[in-house]
Design a protein around this ligand. Structure first.
Ligand code: ASP
Length: 582
């Protein structure tokens, strides 16, 4: 190599060694008689220095010509630093520069390449290759590498084999739109990019592979939302001859292994909560269990006192904000504004303070006497010093709104610490969900998920009540993985497609291959997929998955560095037999 050491390697033991380093000039400090250069590579920073009178004059001149991000090869002798820097690993030494070769010059970078940069998000995305030189971004990718490595180690230890599945496929319905790729050879025909390798991993089970996994790119053409990427990575897994319990053990094991090896954290056995319970108590199928703040229903104690809002509501439900009785009027008004936002959708917020001295004050004092308020406080098991926050309205949306309020208040109380981890399984999801727009049932998970055996009769009488053998793993209020025990026989799969509004012909055209395969000895099987980018960002304590992807798209689904999506030439369109309208 062009170097003898990396920029993160030299220590006090290396004093007097002659070394050659390569890297980028992070900074040049010219104090006249003394000149320092911070040389950076992937491994760290080493300080080089020159001294007027002692160092070679031509060398000093050459060093003064260096600019930020120049690529150099520096030779010199390691010496002990007088004023040490204990913030960096090489802070005890510096290298007395004796030879300098400029390997490449650099234009002045558009932002500073330091931990705290002056570059805005857009600029950093456009010059992502420069952003990737920064420590925090590089460290995020190193963490990602480690998570991937440890995943492979764990899966391999359990005899899983990694099998690649194709990227040019036919649609796999996972609830999003497909990205499509036109075929040049077969005009008018299209491939679809996989939303996941779902059908392929099931076919591998039919093939007898028994334990499959893959760290794999998936593509979903969904509406853009902050922090959603049109292409993302999953740890995709499938197993044969298993029960749901085996899946829980195996993959809880994976996540615990990752926590242990990547973060050095032992996480406790993951509790299980069924979907109905999660919705009733936390208003969410991915409850953040770093804190309790369970919903309390008040219908029984609040009706009949003349307060129309409560009297007419299907559900009156609230939470206790522990120790928040001292919230100012302004703070409570902010909470009210929050729940009234269109995306949250509540009409208003009722509050009750249980003051430290024992007095009760509420926003509905007009309707409720002291005694009534005591009943509310008792129902909520509130204590002096607490604040009770109550919403009312139709059950489902009201629970969802309260779930958002719970998260907001939990955050305000410091209960959502990024360094604390709480994982659980949410189980027994409904098989189907009614879609108001299309006026039919959609698969809540995907069409290959099996119904619970005892609920099968309900398929014909009350499909919305059928529970699925489906589960999610939830970490800190985020769904990090989800899967199911699959259907593995043709009649049930056909029935499922019918429930979803496919004619027999349509089902055959789209999924005939899978149903055919089910007729050749398909073993019982099931699996799960984890969102790999999200998992990495949670491990990294970051909000955004973008930092954990080397070349991500922005919020508008664009890669501004390579400038895509982009138009293609008329010739390319012609070859594909495609004309652009308008
Ligand atoms: N294919 C599913 C998904 O991407 C995961 C699974 O069912 O294994 O969500």
């Amino acid at each position: 190599m062009l170097r003898t050491h990396t920029c993160g390697e030299l220590r006090i033991e290396d004093i007097n060694k002659k070394v050659t380093l390569t890297g980028w000039v992070q900074r040049l400090r010219d104090k006249g008689s003394l000149l320092w250069i911070d040389l950076r590579d992937r491994y760290g920073i080493t300080q080089l220095f020159l001294e007027e009178g002692k160092s070679d004059a031509a060398l000093i001149l050459a060093a003064r010509q260096l600019g930020r991000e120049f690529v150099i090869r520096a030779t010199g002798t390691v010496s002990e630093r007088i004023s040490k820097n204990d913030k960096i690993a090489t802070g005890a030494i510096e290298v007395k520069l004796e030879g300098l070769e400029v390997l490449n010059s650099s234009k002045l970078p558009p932002f500073t390449i330091e931990d705290d940069t002056d570059g805005g998000e857009d600029l950093r995305m456009k010059y992502r290759y420069l952003d990737l030189r920064r420590n925090p971004v590089r460290e995020s990718l190193q963490l990602r590498h480690k998570v991937a490595q440890q995943t492979r180690i764990y899966m391999d230890s359990l005899n899983f084999i990694e099998v690649e599945t194709p990227v040019l496929i036919k649609s796999t319905p996972e609830g999003a739109r497909d990205f499509v790729v036109p075929s040049r050879i077969h005009h008018g025909e299209f491939y679809a990019l996989p939303q996941s390798p779902q059908t392929f991993k099931q076919l591998l089970m039919v093939s007898g592979f028994d334990k499959y996994y893959q760290i794999v790119k998936c593509f979903r053409d969904e509406d853009l939302r902050a922090d959603r990427q049109p292409e993302f990575t999953q740890i995709d897994c499938e197993m044969s001859f298993i029960t749901q319990e085996d899946i829980f053990n195996t993959f809880e094991g994976l996540i615990r292994h990752l926590f242990k090896t990547v973060k050095g954290i032992e996480i406790p056995v993951m509790p299980r909560m069924n979907y109905a319970e999660a919705m009733k108590n936390y208003g969410s199928d991915k409850p953040d269990m770093r804190f309790e703040m369970k919903f309390v229903e008040f219908n029984d104690v609040v009706v009949g006192k003349g307060f129309q809002v409560f009297d007419q509501a299907e559900l009156v439900v609230g939470i206790v904000a522990t120790g928040c009785a001292g919230y100012t009027r302004k703070q409570i008004d902010e909470l009210t504004e929050f729940v009234k936002r269109p995306q949250i959708g509540a009409k208003g917020l009722v509050w009750m303070r249980y003051e430290a001295g024992g007095a009760l004050k509420s926003s509905v004092d007009k309707f409720y006497q002291e005694d009534d308020l005591r009943k509310i406080a008792a129902t909520a098991q509130a204590k002096p010093g607490d604040l009770i926050l109550i919403l009312a309205g139709p059950a489902d949306p009201t629970r969802k709104a309260l779930s958002e309020l719970r998260l907001l208040v939990g955050g305000q109380l410091g209960l959502r610490d990024k360094n604390k981890f709480s994982a659980l399984w949410v189980v027994d999801f409904p098989l189907l969900e009614w879609n108001e727009e299309t006026n039919r049932y959609h698969a809540m998970h995907h069409p290959f998920t099996s119904p619970k055996r005892e609920d099968i009769p309900l398929l014909d009488t009350d499909p919305g009540k059928v529970r699925a053998n489906a589960y999610d793993m939830v970490l800190n209020g985020t769904e990090i993985g989800g899967g199911s025990i699959r259907i593995h026989d043709r009649p049930t799969q056909q029935k499922m497609f019918t429930m979803l509004g496919f004619t027999e012909d349509e089902a055959k055209r789209q999924f005939g291959f899978l149903m055919d395969a089910f007729e050749y000895g398909a073993p019982p099987h099931g699996g799960i997929a984890f969102g790999f980018d999200r998992l990495c960002s949670l491990f990294g304590g970051a909000d955004s998955i973008r930092d954990f992807i080397a070349f991500p798209k922005n919020n508008a689904g664009r890669d501004t560095m390579i400038d895509t999506p982009a138009t293609i030439s008329t010739e390319q369109l012609k070859e594909l037999g495609i004309a652009i309208k308008g």
